[in-house]
Design a protein around this ligand. Structure first.
Ligand SMILES: Cc1cc2nc3c(=O)[nH]c(=O)nc-3n(C[C@H](O)[C@H](O)[C@H](O)COP(=O)(O)OP(=O)(O)OC[C@H]3O[C@@H](n4cnc5c(N)ncnc54)[C@H](O)[C@@H]3O)c2cc1C
Length: 392
């Protein structure tokens, strides 16, 4: 693959750099992270990006996007990262949920939701995980039952819902038919987060912030028009969403601020950095981070040529998190606990969560074993059993 910009992409990059220089003063002062405090500032920044055409790069033009490819998205992320500027606030909405609505939503849903989502007028959240359905997502128990008027009634609980406290809408996976095997009885819905019966309770994390939540659904009434895709086809809608989640990570690889320099920089000039054991660890870390970057570029090239992102994105996530943790631990060991004050400490808190978010290491390794290495599949005793007959 050729990593140099084509002439068109060089022009695109140069124009973007100019725009970033002119507009950097409008970006929030807070460092970008998984959860931010200055929500209003980040919202305004997302709106500015969207109006300038630097959000929703790959969304079709008819929905307010730019109709460009993954390479342009990667360029935007890389330039934002190089300038030390954040991207969109609603990463889950713009990266995963909007594209899922574009793929499966009705014309009315797209018309109503996509533009406000892209411009941060309405934030979204992903209501998939439950206390007993995380890695085993198809085990969701939140129940959507038909009502006499053709609508639906939702009852259940979601958990780990990022941004639910700010969201106007959520994309929710519910069980609509317990009499069929678990993957087949699911349906996806759009849920207004301020509807009667929706209660959001924050979950406080080790770093003090509460970025994600429990969401309780108690007799929430939805219309027939809340269904996304076909009734009973929620699993394939969820898979589209998770595919976009993997893809978002790939394009963001140069923006996450975890490169060899992040960890080498603070150690330069210390006596310890010359120790053979430290050099060995730094060497391994650097090799992992470069391997990760080029794996992401390879995968991006494949997507640019029309293929869907494969399980290699999961391997990227494992490598990124393990390498970043190793880098932070090395800093901690050599420079003492003060080295983890500020952004490094915040990164360490967030990395702990990211070991689970978007798929745990163990589950991603299972997927890589089965789908990349061709190892035997895990036994799945519940595969053809109606959900209602499974032991809870
Ligand atoms: C920062 C963060 C943000 C999140 N945001 C959202 C969100 O916005 N919306 C949302 O819906 N969810 C969200 N999640 C939830 C996330 O998707 C789940 O945490 C994840 O799917 C794992 O599920 P779980 O936490 O229930 O763990 P479990 O599935 O209960 O796993 C517990 C342990 O068992 C292991 N395990 C489970 N199954 C297997 C297996 N088959 N083989 C080997 N080991 C296994 C796991 O690896 C893990 O170590 C978020 C999570 C985090 C941490």
């Amino acid at each position: 693959m050729d990593l140099n910009d084509t002439p068109e992409r060089a022009v695109y990059r140069a124009r973007l750099r100019g725009w970033l220089q002119e507009n950097a003063r409008h970006a929030p002062a807070e460092a970008p992270g998984l959860h931010v405090a200055d929500v209003a500032g980040f919202r305004a920044w997302q709106r500015r990006l969207a109006e300038a055409g630097y959000a929703g790069i790959m969304w079709p033009r008819e929905y307010g996007g730019q109709g460009l490819g993954p390479m342009e998205q990667a360029i935007v992320n890389a330039e934002l990262g190089a300038a030390g500027l954040p991207g969109v606030l609603d990463m889950i909405g713009v990266g995963n949920l909007g594209p899922t609505l574009i793929a499966h939503g009705t014309a009315a849903q797209k018309e109503q939701h996509l533009r406000p989502l892209l411009h941060a007028e309405e934030m979204w959240c992903q209501l998939f995980s439950e206390p007993a359905a995380g890695s085993d997502l198809a085990a969701v128990r939140t129940r959507a039952a038909r009502t006499g008027d053709g609508g639906w009634r939702l009852d259940g609980q979601k958990v780990w819902t990022t941004n639910a406290q700010h969201a106007a809408f959520g994309l929710l996976l519910a069980r609509t038919d317990p009499a069929v095997p678990k993957h087949r009885g699911l349906t996806m819905f759009v849920v207004p987060m301020r509807a009667p019966g929706v209660a959001v309770r924050p979950l406080r994390q080790i770093g003090g912030e509460a970025g994600f939540n429990e969401v309780f659904l108690d007799g929430v009434a939805l219309g027939a028009d809340a269904v996304v895709g076909e009734v009973g086809a929620g699993w394939s809608v969820a898979m589209t969403c998770l595919m976009y989640e993997r893809f978002t990570l790939l394009t963001a690889i140069d923006q996450v601020g975890v490169g060899p320099d992040t960890f080498l920089g603070p150690l330069v000039g210390t006596a310890e950095v010359r120790r053979p054991d430290v050099l060995r660890r730094l060497g391994r870390l650097t090799a992992d981070l470069y391997a990760l970057r080029y794996t992401a570029y390879r995968a991006l090239t494949a997507v640019d040529r029309g293929r869907v992102p494969g399980p290699e994105a999961g391997l990227g996530k494992i490598t990124l998190i393990d390498a970043a943790m190793e880098g932070l631990l090395l800093q901690f060991e050599l420079l003492g606990p003060e080295s983890l004050e500020g952004p490094s400490g915040r990164l360490m808190h967030e990395l702990q969560g990211l070991r689970s978010g978007g798929g745990t290491h163990e589950v991603l390794r299972n997927t890589i074993g089965e789908r990349v290495l061709g190892l035997p599949a895990e036994p799945r005793a519940d595969k053809d059993v109606p959900f209602q007959d499974l032991a809870s």
